[in-house]
Design a protein around this ligand. Structure first.
Ligand code: F2R
Ligand code: MG
Ligand code: MG
Length: 313
């Protein structure tokens, strides 16, 4: 693939996360939201502020860049440092408890096992996984291993880890697609189906395939979910992208219109769409207003430059 296109895809994935998160943030917990209302809310804001989703995604990118690949302890400390600087970003209940445990001396890969039965299956480790999706896009076995290990920092439940790996794989496949080639949503789903192991996700991917010929929002929410759990949000983001593969804006508006965990579902949708269509596909009216956009772009460029020299500690 042309290097300029690949770089644009890396930037599109990270900026797409931030834009989706920020556009969706005002609607978290709503039952549904009409596209006109979503557009008006974004237009009315001078700065599109992101939430914990992008804040943790930035931490992941910072750690991958600093360590030239995955280093679990360094990543955990980076998440913790960023949280302590800006705890008001709307974090889920689990991660702050885990950061306090690590601060008190608990091992970075053990603390998450102490909250919730079997660990967390919230979508917190999937919403931030995008840098791993782009950095390891050319090695899906390594990507899965690193996605699982990064999830272990805060989300040690099998369904939390698998959700993070699935989102990373969707981003990786989108990065790898030649923009000039014909896009086949069913082929994309088949590749994801071969990648996932857990039956819960396999069944959701099958449902996506059947729902693609319809555009009934209520049915999408009923069958795929719009909740805070990884299995009720990662498949919904994949659907939002696959049902609008040619338009970043349409994909985001659809994701937010579903209601529920709107910032997170739109962040994950924006990551996949931006990874496929490149940063130029993100409307200027949103991209130019994204908080810390230049820093996020800088991190994406560094990930792109470092992706040939990765390690996995
Ligand atoms: N926190 C929020 N939204 C709340 C409102 C924020 C407000 N607008 C504000 O600005 O302050 N959003 C963010 O949290 C989600 C990610 O959460 P994460 O990191 O996964 O958290 P956690 O605590 O690990 O899991 C979330 C919930 O899932 C349920 N759960 C998880 N594992 C479970 C298990 N094994 N058994 C039963 N339930 C389990 C719990 O209810 C957890 O609290 C994103 O939406 C992000 O935007
Ligand atoms: Mg959030
Ligand atoms: Mg959310």
């Amino acid at each position: 693939m042309d290097k300029k296109i690949l770089k644009s895809k890396f930037i599109g994935a990270l900026v797409g996360t931030g834009v989706g998160d920020a556009v969706g943030a005002g609607f978290e917990g709503w039952r549904t939201a009409e596209p006109e209302m979503i557009q008006a809310a974004a237009s009315s804001r001078e700065v599109l502020m992101y939430t914990d989703d992008t804040h943790m995604m930035i931490g992941m990118a910072e750690s991958l860049v600093a360590r030239e690949g995955f280093d679990g302890e360094h990543m955990a400390l980076t998440f913790m440092r960023n949280y302590e600087r800006e705890p008001w970003r709307g974090y889920g209940p689990g991660p702050p408890r885990i950061f306090r445990m690590i601060r008190a001396g608990e091992a970075w890969d053990k603390a998450a096992e102490k909250i919730y039965p079997g660990g967390s299956f919230g979508n917190g480790s999937a919403m931030r996984i995008i840098p791993i999706g782009v950095f390891y896009h050319d090695d899906l076995a390594m990507l899965k291993d690193v996605a699982y290990k990064s999830s272990q920092i805060t989300h040690s439940h099998e369904l939390g880890k698998e959700g993070a790996a699935l989102q990373a794989c969707a981003v990786a496949l989108a990065v790898s697609l030649e923009p000039a080639a014909t896009f086949d949503p069913q082929e994309f789903l088949t590749k994801l189906g071969r990648f996932v192991q857990h039956e819960v996700y396999k069944q959701k991917l099958e449902k996506i395939g059947k729902l693609l010929s319809k555009t009934d929002r209520a049915r999408v929410v009923a069958e795929l979910g719009n909740g805070i759990e990884a299995f009720n949000s990662v498949p919904t983001a994949i659907y939002s992208f696959l049902s609008h593969p040619d338009s970043f804006e349409e994909a985001i508006l659809f994701a937010v219109s579903l209601g529920g965990d709107t910032d997170t579902i739109a962040a994950m949708t924006g990551a996949i769409s931006g990874a496929y269509l490149g940063v130029e596909s993100i409307p200027d009216k949103w991209r130019n207003k994204l908080e810390n956009r230049l820093y996020i772009e800088e991190l994406a460029k560094k990930l792109y430059e470092g992706s040939g020299f990765k390690s996995n500690k």
